[in-house]
Write a protein that binds this ligand. Sequence first.
Ligand SMILES: Cc1ncc(COP(=O)(O)O)c(C=O)c1O
Length: 394
Amino acid sequence: MLDYGKLISDKAEKMRPSGIRRFFDLVAEMPECISLGVGEPDFQTPWDIRDAAIHSLEVGRTKYTANAGLKELRTEICAWLKRKYNLEYREDETLVTVGGSEAIDLAIRALVEAGDEVIIPEPCFVCYDPITTLTGGVVVPVATTEENEFRVTAEQIKNAITPKTKILVLGYPNNPTGAVLRHEDLVAIAEVLKGTDVIVLSDEIYSELNYAGSHESIASIEGMRERTIVVNGFSKTYSMTGWRLGYAVGPKPIIAAMTKIHQSCIMSAPTTSQYAAISALKDCDDDIEYMRKQYDMRRQYCGRKLNEMGLHTFEPKGAFYLFPNITSSGMSSDEFCEQLLQRKHVAIIPGNAFGACGEGYARISYAYSIDHLREAMKRIQEFLYEIKEEKKHG
Ligand SMILES: Cc1ncc(COP(=O)(O)O)c(C=O)c1O
């Protein structure tokens, strides 16, 4: 019998399993459970996109594409970024990837050497830390706070930068807090980075889900284009999670290095999805607007309910998550979410799954139907009432 423990690399062995996954395993055993756990749109992919995919199959477009992605798609990505955020990129500064996830992986692997530091404001999406660690990099977490609406400050970044800093990850609009950075935040961060060799990995996957105005990319701030890799994709904006398509744009030498890695491990992103994505970028502004309005309504409803029931929740301006403060329950994040799941069959994610400073919070995804959300809010309220009564009566 082989000793697999010895065979598996130390780095893989030491990877922390995602705190989100652990919860989904529990949920899978509870068919009657109401989940607000998944960060995935509940809408179907718009028909224009599905039709474009079907057509591409009918005419037999079933081969690999160019490694960097279909030229026509890269042209449309550049046009879309210009139209939406006034970003200027060319096709040879654009790489089509398997979701935003692959783009993040490639960016980190293309830049980070063993011992290099990667500044990661937390709470944040769960993949930045393990990818950095697998690459041999050192994670430098920076804790954001509710008092500052979970916006990382230029001052915090300045204090975290050392001669070893390679990347600053900015994930805004943010998963799990819903925070967005303001124009003045971006300008102040740009000022701190001026004259350094730090590259910003700007994960803008929720860019179209901004309820406070329109999204501003840090790459559009003076001096930042040359030091920013922008990651975006189709999963959230177009409700295309299963199509596995995203992209990165950035300085040509970095995109070229990322393309070399992509060539070796992926070859090219799924062809059918690429044809579908062309239609998404060209034909689906109305669909985006419709979905954003729906999310906004749900955001306001759930935010109001949570505050009314005594879970203080700051108003998130982006993405589709709420991040209520659960400390008034007297429980830890893990206890709160496990009890809520066991007693009321509602699944939400402990805030500490997104970094240590998420302790005392929980992530609620509102990418669910309003009926589903209503029932979940009712059960959370019952849960809070019950634990309060239990405390009162010892
Ligand atoms: C902040 C953030 N970035 C990137 C991703 C990856 O998305 P995908 O690989 O589906 O494009 C997610 C998915 O949840 C996310 O929340």
